[in-house]
Design a protein around this ligand. Structure first.
Ligand code: PMP
Length: 460
């Protein structure tokens, strides 16, 4: 059989893909019949497919390619590290320079006394680490009954059985169930669930659900609260301003650990190194992945504070992955952090890209389909609605309208995702104003076409 390359006809690649490759979060039988798009190369914010199309990637892959595609420095660092030390573990009284250097750098970048890093292969594994870590922490402190972790509905914390149970995605729970001692409270999604309350009143009410849950479950049983500073995969849900200060007050009052899942928000996405800095909260543990290596190598981890590190360190922590602190992934991540820092990419976000994006994004509410437009740094969402004033939902199955809109974006060579009937973006942080202009040409064209399609199908 011929070697499979980028130069094969698209139809042949699609047929082989359909025959042998099971895709994540997909209905694979239907997908195989429809045919996948074959991505062949990428530079900056642009992808190419096997038909020679140029696609603007407004999602930075899966929210991860923060420095943009095509940075040769990372390839060179990976090759150098593979030649020198392609693999070694850190389990049995050994360590290596890439893990040391990356842990030190993360301790420097992370706020407060978040000075210790436990590495994982990605965000899901890191959240599994967190579950075992917070339970071990309370056991070592002589309070083994503190096992319950409170999370939020519609949160995404990963796809392993434990991290998806920690998350609040009902579809995932339906396929693999929950795990013991995880409890979910409601999300601060004012547009969809705020009813007649004003946003700030609603934010406070949703934060106080944490206090109600602690009192109901028993203060002596609650180990931790986990949340994304901005809910990403849930639809870029930005909490009202009243929400986070109240959550912080409650965590402090009841002495529970606060875990910030920074897998999307970390490494510049919200305009600071970490989303907790943007939201003004003080976590004990932060989950990291994605932008840590800008997706060039699979790596994630948990950054933990002095106290947690000290307490779990009292005894053997029965936990670790073959690829914890993988030297090639760690070296690539370190180079990615160097580029983020030395090229002042956070300044570009704060002073150039995010303000420009915000102005244009919020102006989308002039479109007949668009209700609210939310944005924090370089992550943003719009809610599609048949009636802005009443914040109405479409009568069709949730997601029908969002899917139509996403298909129009795809046809217009723009990668924009839908979550239900919300449309979301999270472009590479290095995107330029001219590229943002081009993105909005495609967004507006796609929205207009989606509206025409919805009207044609009688779904308005
Ligand atoms: N947490 C959050 C907030 C995420 O968005 C994701 C991935 N989308 C994860 C955890 C899981 O990370 P991974 O896919 O690297 O396992």
């Amino acid at each position: 059989m011929a070697t499979i390359t980028n130069h094969m006809p698209t139809a042949e690649l699609q047929a082989l893909d359909a025959a042998h490759h099971l895709h994540p979060f997909s209905a694979n039988n239907a997908l195989g019949e429809e045919g996948t798009r074959v991505i062949t190369r990428a530079r900056g914010v642009w992808l190419n497919d096997s038909e020679g199309e140029e696609i603007l990637d407004a999602m930075a892959g899966l929210w991860c390619v923060n420095i943009g595609y095509g940075r040769d420095e990372l390839a060179e660092v990976a090759a150098r590290q593979m030649r020198e030390l392609p693999y070694y573990n850190t389990f049995f009284k050994t360590t290596h320079v890439p893990a040391i250097a990356l842990a030190q750098k993360l301790a420097e970048l992370a706020p407060g006394d978040l000075n210790h890093v436990f590495f994982a292969g990605g965000g899901s594994e890191a959240n599994d680490t967190n579950i075992r870590m917070v339970r071990t922490y309370w056991q070592n402190k002589g309070q083994p009954e503190k096992t319950v972790i409170i999370s939020r509905k519609n949160a995404y914390h990963g796809s392993t059985v434990a991290s998806s149970a920690l998350g609040g995605m009902a579809g995932m729970h339906a396929q693999s169930g929950l795990i013991p001692d995880v409890h979910h409270i409601n999300q601060p999604n004012w547009w969809a669930e705020g009813g007649d309350m004003d946003p700030e009143e609603f934010g406070l009410a949703r934060a106080r659900e944490l206090e109600e849950a602690i009192l109901e479950l028993g203060e002596n049983r609650v180990a931790a609260f986990i949340a994304e500073p901005v809910q990403g995969a849930g639809g870029v849900i930005v909490a009202p301003d009243s929400y986070w200060p109240e959550i912080q007050r409650i965590c402090d009052k009841y002495d529970i650990l606060l875990i910030a899942d920074e897998v999307i928000c970390g490494f510049g996405r919200t305009g600071n190194w970490f989303g907790t800095q943007t939201m003004g909260i003080r976590p004990h543990i932060m989950t990291i992945a994605k932008g840590l290596s800008s997706g060039y190598a699979p790596i994630g981890g948990s950054i933990v504070c002095d106290e947690v590190a000290h307490v779990i360190g009292k005894d053997e922590f029965n936990h670790g992955y073959t690829y914890s602190g993988h030297p090639v992934a760690a070296a690539v991540a370190l180079e990615n952090l160097r580029i983020l820092e030395e090229e002042n990419i956070l300044d570009h976000v704060r002073n150039v890209a995010a303000p420009y994006l915000k102005e244009k994004w919020e102006a989308l509410t002039d479109h007949p389909l668009v209700g609210e437009a939310k944005i924090v740094g370089m992550m943003a969402s719009i809610a599609l609605t048949p009636n802005k004033a009443s914040r109405a939902k479409f009568a069709s199955e949730p997601g029908t309208i969002g899917y139509i809109c996403r298909e129009r974006c795809f046809a217009n060579n723009l990668i924009m995702r839908h979550v239900g009937d919300r449309m979301i973006i999270s472009p590479p942080l290095v995107i330029t104003p001219a590229e943002i202009d081009e993105m909005f040409v495609r967004i507006r064209k796609s929205l207009d076409e989606a509206q025409a399609e919805i009207e044609k199908q009688g779904l308005m």
